[in-house]
Structure formats: C-alpha cells, structure tokens
Write a protein that binds this ligand. Structure first.
Ligand SMILES: C[S@@+](CC[C@H](N)C(=O)[O-])C[C@H]1O[C@@H](n2cnc3c(N)ncnc32)[C@H](O)[C@@H]1O
Length: 300
C-alpha cells in the first residue's frame, strides 16, 4: 500500500515575531499549526502541509514580515522542513484539536470532536459550529477570529427584526455561519477575494446546514454600496482595512456597526484614525495577546 507523504516545517521564532511566521504559514495553505512555547522568548511553530512547501520563499516572506514589525533577522532562529510518511499521522494530528468555547453562546468543534461537546463544562445551550481545519483561515483558534465572534455576540442581533450582516473576507465562513446561527432569519452575506476560501466557506455552510441561508460569493467591498447592512465584519489586516475605510460607510446603514480585526495592537491607532475620518466612532476595543479587535458605530 502507498503511504501518503506529509510535509512539516518547523519555525523557531522570537515570541514577539510569532505572527510574522503564522500569517505566512497560513498564506502557504498549511493544513494545521502546532505551537510549542517551551522557551521564554522563542516559540516553535510546527506547520503541516499536504504538498511540499517552498521553504526559501517562506523564509524570505517571514523575514519581510519581521522587517515590517521592526524586528531583526535574528528573530528567526531556525526554519527546517521534513517529510512524514505515516498513515497514522492524520489521526494523531486530529487528536490535537479540541472544541473551543467562545463568548457566552458559541462552541466551535471539528467534526471528529463533535461528540465531546455535550460533555464539556459550560457547553449546555451553546450554538455548535462545526469547522474542520482546512485550506482557509478561520478555525476559531486565532485571537482575531475569537475577538470578532465575541464582538459579534455582543452587537448582533440588533433590535430590528430584519437585521442584515456582511462578512468581508469570510475565509472558512466561520463568522457568517455564527451570525446566521445566532440570529436565524436575518440576511447574511459573506464574500472573499479568494475563490478557494469561498469553496471552503460554502462547504462549511453546507455542513452546518445553513447553506440556503447565507449568500456566499467571490466579490469586493465596493460592490455592496447602497446595500445598507446593519453590521459589517472585517477580520482582515490593518493594511487591507485602512484603504477599504472609504468603502465601508456606503455599504452600511446610519448607526450601523463595523467590527474589525486582524489588527496588531500597535496598528490600532492608525485603523481608528482611518475609520474616524469616515464618520465612525470607536465603541469597543478588545485586546487579546498582540491583537486587538474593535467595534465602531457609523455616526450618520
Ligand atoms: C484573516 S482571514 C479571516 C477569515 C475569517 N473571517 C475569520 O475571521 O477567521 C482574512 C480573509 O480575508 C480575505 N481577504 C483579504 N483581502 C480581502 C479584501 N480586500 N476583500 C475581501 N476579502 C479579503 C482573505 O482571502 C482571507 O480569507
């Protein structure tokens, strides 16, 4: 029998530069990441791939990201690739994923851990969202997704019967699926610039039995002008959110809520300035590790 080959890349990097590597590993379509935090200042990331990754490009992209964070090359201590020919590897890897309780009302679980959800302390009455780690960003383990889900729980639904929500950069679809499950009957639209992410999001919507209730499409924000959404979610990155700032108001109702994330703490002020210039006021800020998620209200 042919054994499937898996590929692993280990990256040892300064704790302060961890995101410089994780964003690149996700961008290269890792099927999953493990983080070992055994040293005080450094972490070891182990990323798995089902096709051989281009390690030199990865190294260069991580170094570029470190530069953007004003960190030196020394922050990247080691990067090493290996192959794993092990039929049982996948089942070992699956064991590492646990259901995640988020906020007061949500639990995210991979398919192979769904049966454990009812046994979790505090799981009673929570809405279950099934997301398997795959080819798109958004499993709930990342601080930015968690921050968005917590703010979503707080600001959604609004008091209106026919509330509407736009998920900008939907990835796995996790936020849009949570939105429709939190508020059945609402109008939820999700889009991404990446067609692969849209395929994954559609599959996840199907698995969560909400495929008929969410509009999921490849698109761009400017195409939603005049659609008057009550809530807009955008877990992107600061460098994507800032240029999009001028497009958000046209897609929203006056007094609408914009939830943004994917923002490093030190970038929070720049994002706030860009959005304040477009008549948004900051109403909540949720720091988590080196990230911050923020909610804004459109003034008019
Ligand atoms: C950080 S992931 C967020 C995924 C998911 N919404 C979550 O919260 O976990 C960002 C997603 O935004 C998409 N994206 C990047 N730039 C975009 C843009 N200008 N418009 C829409 N989507 C974009 C990426 O393809 C990616 O799927």
């Amino acid at each position: 029998m042919n054994m499937k080959l898996w590929y692993a890349v280990e990256v040892e990097i300064a704790r302060v530069g961890e995101t410089a590597a994780t964003t690149q590993l996700w961008a290269m379509n890792t099927t999953g990441l493990e983080v070992s935090e055994d040293a005080a200042d450094f972490v070891t990331l182990r990323a798995y791939f089902d096709a051989a990754p281009d390690v030199e490009t990865l190294r260069q992209n991580i170094l570029n990201n470190l530069k953007l964070l004003n960190l030196t090359k020394l922050a990247l201590r080691r990067i090493e690739a290996s192959t794993i020919a092990d039929q049982d590897w996948m089942s070992e890897w699956k064991k590492g994923w646990e259901p995640l309780l988020i906020g007061r009302r949500l639990v995210i679980a991979p398919s192979w851990k769904l049966d454990q959800v009812p046994q979790l302390t505090d799981a009673a009455g929570r809405i279950v969202i099934q997301i398997d780690p795959g080819m798109a960003f958004g499993t709930g383990t990342h601080e930015t997704t968690r921050g968005c889900l917590e703010l979503l729980e707080h600001f959604w639904p609004l008091e209106t019967e026919s509330a509407s929500l736009l998920d900008v950069g939907t990835g796995t679809g996790i936020l849009a699926i949570a939105a429709i499950k939190l508020h059945p009957g609402s109008r939820v639209t999700a889009f991404d610039v990446d067609p692969e992410a849209i395929e994954v999001a559609r599959e996840n919507a199907e698995i969560n039995q909400v495929a008929d209730d969410i509009e999921i499409e490849v698109n761009k924000l400017s195409c939603y002008a005049d659609q008057e959404f009550d809530v807009v979610l955008a877990n992107l990155t600061a460098d994507v959110i800032i240029p999009l700032a001028t497009d958000f108001p046209a897609a929203m109702k006056p007094q609408g809520i914009l939830i943004v994330s994917g923002i490093l703490r030190e970038q929070g002020a720049d994002v706030t300035t860009a959005l304040t210039e477009q008549q948004f006021e900051l109403i909540e800020s949720k720091p988590d590790g080196e990230w911050v998620s923020m909610a804004f209200r459109l003034k008019n």
